[in-house]
Design a protein around this ligand. Structure first.
Ligand code: PLP
Length: 420
């Protein structure tokens, strides 16, 4: 399928509907290993619930891949975030500092424990939480009162930082951890989108008290739905496990010592995860190859800025994203999205920054202009692990062909002078 047919009027669908047949998808799972065999084994042996050897194996392989002592598998990444915040002791009315440019899960999890997010803008180079803005908030916007750090504007106690390693790229953690130490804040890393990435040579998810991963269908490694909390802290892991299994303290007599949650992953899904983890290195390599091919292929296209990698990072390039400069390219990111959809290429804008989200009203922020610009100009391109070079070249060719001719751009951006 190197040249999918343009979509017909009859095929044109409502926004959000599945793309028509023949479309190059944004990202689909890669399920060509032992997934079927391991899942079948669960069914054949009757080990289908959350008690089963694949859950333990999945926790072990993921924790090992990250380099953590413990993994606690959960039904999804949002549940893992919820548990992490509870175990960290974040209480109702507290504030947790997080990224504004992210999928909404971390902010929702903060609300589940009755706390409030404080949203920090993205930095313009790698689009991660801007640690300089974080420092500005902690040093100018907060004050220590009776031993507790308080947001001067809201009066709330600031308890934790929840940086999101977005789109496969790490946040600059060294200065962030330095701030966390100085202000005595817990750090919970949301590494859902960045399994396989490195920060200064270390696996992402090794800096904070714990890190959270997601195995949702569009993530690098998937169990359909699933998540995990990884940590080196024995007590943290034990308490997380307790809370995800209804806080059962006596398995025979069914005695529960507090309110718990039913957040454990099932053995069937963990089996899929074990099979997926056998290929995690190849998956990251594939994502990096795709990123390189886009970078090279789009290099000459005016107004298309590729995703960048910090010199201290090895990105997992989970969701390959470009910025579309409307003036230089000739159309904006949403017009390009529609034009590519007509050519059977499925793309997606970045998330609405959470400081603008109606669901997150009441959260504090100090203005996030960079995230707003990234949201306006960002467009994620097809980047499945299994994306073939021919299909990718076809996507690149469409983006190049849709660019305004150079003369037209020169005319529209040149300073107007009389007499020409
Ligand atoms: C995917 C994701 C999650 C978790 O999502 P689930 O669907 O609950 O597994 C959390 N945070 C971020 C940033 C994500 O992208």
């Amino acid at each position: 399928m190197s040249a999918p047919a343009p979509i017909t009027r009859r095929e044109r669908l409502a926004p959000g509907a599945p793309p028509p047949a023949g479309t190059i998808p944004l990202t689909v799972p890669e399920l060509r290993g032992n997934e079927w065999a391991y899942v079948k084994e669960c069914l054949d042996t009757n080990w289908v619930s959350s008690v089963g050897s694949y859950v333990d194996r999945f926790e072990r392989v993921v924790a090992d891949a990250v380099g953590a002592r413990h993994g606690v598998a959960t039904v999804n990444g949002t549940a893992a975030l919820h548990v992490a915040l509870m175990v960290a002791g974040v209480a109702p009315g507290d504030e947790v500092i997080t990224s504004t440019l992210t999928f909404i899960a971390p902010a929702n999890a903060i609300r589940y424990v009755g706390a409030w997010p404080v949203f920090v803008d993205a930095e313009p180079d790698h689009w991660q939480m801007d640690v300089a803005r974080l420092a500005h908030f902690l040093e100018r916007g907060c004050r220590r009162v009776d031993g507790a750090l308080r947001n001067v504007a809201t009066g709330r106690r600031v308890r934790a930082i929840l940086p999101v390693h977005a789109l496969g790229h790490p946040v600059d953690m060294d200065p962030l951890m330095e701030l966390a130490r100085r202000h005595e804040l817990v750090v919970i890393e949301d590494a859902s989108e960045s399994l396989g990435a490195l920060y200064r040579g270390r696996s992402v998810g090794r800096e904070g008290t714990c890190a959270v991963l997601s195995f949702n269908g569009n993530k690098l490694v998937t169990t359909g739905a699933g998540g995990m909390l990884v940590t080196d802290d024995d007590l943290f892991a034990r308490r997380a496990r307790h809370l995800t299994t209804q806080a059962k303290s006596d398995a025979l007599e069914y005695i529960h010592d507090e309110i718990g949650w039913n957040y454990r992953l099932s053995n069937v899904l963990a089996a899929m995860g074990v099979a997926q983890m056998e290929h995690v290195r190849e998956f990251v390599d594939a994502k990096r190859r795709i990123a390189e091919r886009y970078r090279d292929g789009l290099a000459g296209v005016p107004g298309i800025a590729p995703m960048r990698e910090a010199q201290w990072a090895r990105s997992a390039f989970w969701m390959y994203t470009v910025l579309v400069d409307e003036r230089a390219y000739g159309m904006d990111s949403r017009a390009l999205l529609r034009a590519l959809a007509e050519r059977r290429v499925q793309c997606r804008p970045l998330w609405q920054p959470l400081h603008l989200s109606p669901a997150q009203r009441g959260a504090y922020h100090e203005g996030c202009p960079v995230a707003e610009r990234l949201n306006r100009d960002g467009l994620s391109l097809p980047c499945s692990v299994g994306l073939g070079a021919e299909d990718q070249d076809w996507v690149i060719a469409q983006i190049a062909a849709l660019a305004a001719p150079r003369e037209q751009i020169a005319a529209s951006t040149a300073p107007r002078e009389g007499g020409a």
